[in-house]
Ligand binder design. Structure first.
Ligand SMILES: Cc1cc2nc3c(=O)[nH]c(=O)nc-3n(C[C@H](O)[C@H](O)[C@H](O)COP(=O)(O)O)c2cc1C
Length: 197
C-alpha cells in the first residue's frame, strides 16, 4: 500500500497537469455554464478587435423573420460613462467599466402590430450572445436593465442622444474582471416538464 500511494499521487498530478483537452462542444457548454455577472472591473480597456468580435457575436443572434431590429451604441468616453454611472447606478458602469454597450431595439425595423414586441426577444438574444462571447474572451460583463423602466429609458435617451425609434433595452458594461464571482448552479429539476405540464 505504501508503494501504491506515491504512484497514485503521481498519476493524479499527471492528470491535473495534463488535463484532456476539451472538445469544442465541451468548451461551448462549459462557457455557458461558467458565465457569471461581473460588476467590478480593472482599468484595462478591451481592445478594438475584442469590441468588434463582441458586436459581431451580438449581431449573430436569431431574430423574428430575420428583421435584425437592433442598434448598438459603444460608449467609451469617460465623461459619458460617468454620466451614465451617476444617472443609472444600476448599470454598475461606475465600477471602473472602461466601456459599455447600449443594446437598443429599432422600431423602424420591427414588424407591425403585436409582432412589434419581438424586438425585445431579438435584442435579448443579442445580449446573451454578447455576454457569452465576453466570458469566452476572459472579459466580464453584466446585463443591466433599462427597458421597461420609463425613467431609465428617458435618462439613457437624454445622455446618449438616442432617437425615438430606438429603445434601449439594457446596458452591458464590459471589461476585465476585478472580481471572481462564484458560478451558480441553477439546475432545478422541478422546472422541467416532459410532454405535458
Ligand atoms: C433582464 C435582466 C435585468 C438585469 N438587470 C440588472 C441590473 O440592473 N443591475 C445588475 O447589476 N444586474 C442586473 N441583471 C443581472 C442579474 O442580476 C443576474 O443575471 C442574476 O443575478 C444571475 O446571476 P448571473 O448572471 O451571475 O448568473 C439583470 C439580468 C437580466 C436578465
Amino acid at each position: 500500500m505504501k508503494r501504491i500511494i506515491p504512484i497514485l499521487i503521481a498519476m493524479a498530478t499527471m492528470v491535473s497537469c495534463n488535463p484532456r483537452p476539451q472538445s469544442a462542444q465541451e468548451q461551448v457548454v462549459n462557457n455557458i455554464l461558467t458565465r457569471v455577472s461581473v460588476r467590478q472591473f480593472t482599468d484595462q480597456r478591451p481592445s478594438d478587435e475584442q469590441v468588434q468580435t463582441l458586436l459581431r457575436c451580438a449581431m449573430a443572434a436569431p431574430s423574428a423573420v430575420n428583421r435584425q431590429p437592433w442598434a448598438f451604441i459603444v460608449v467609451d468616453d469617460p465623461a459619458l460613462l460617468k454620466q451614465i454611472g451617476d444617472s443609472l447606478p444600476n448599470t454598475r458602469v461606475q465600477n471602473n467599466a472602461p466601456l459599455c454597450f447600449v443594446m437598443c431595439g429599432d422600431l423602424n425595423k420591427t414588424m407591425e402590430g403585436e409582432a412589434q414586441e419581438f424586438w425585445i426577444h431579438d435584442v435579448s438574444a443579442c445580449t446573451e450572445n454578447l455576454l457569452l462571447a465576453a466570458h469566452s474572451m476572459g472579459l466580464g460583463a453584466v446585463w443591466c436593465a433599462i427597458q421597461p423602466n420609463a425613467e431609465r429609458i428617458r435618462m439613457a435617451r437624454q445622455i446618449l442622444n438616442i432617437p425615438d425609434n430606438l429603445i434601449p433595452l439594457c446596458i452591458v458594461p464590459v471589461g476585465y474582471p476585478a472580481e471572481q464571482p462564484a458560478v451558480k448552479d441553477k439546475w432545478k429539476e422541478e422546472n422541467v416538464f416532459y410532454n405535458r405540464f
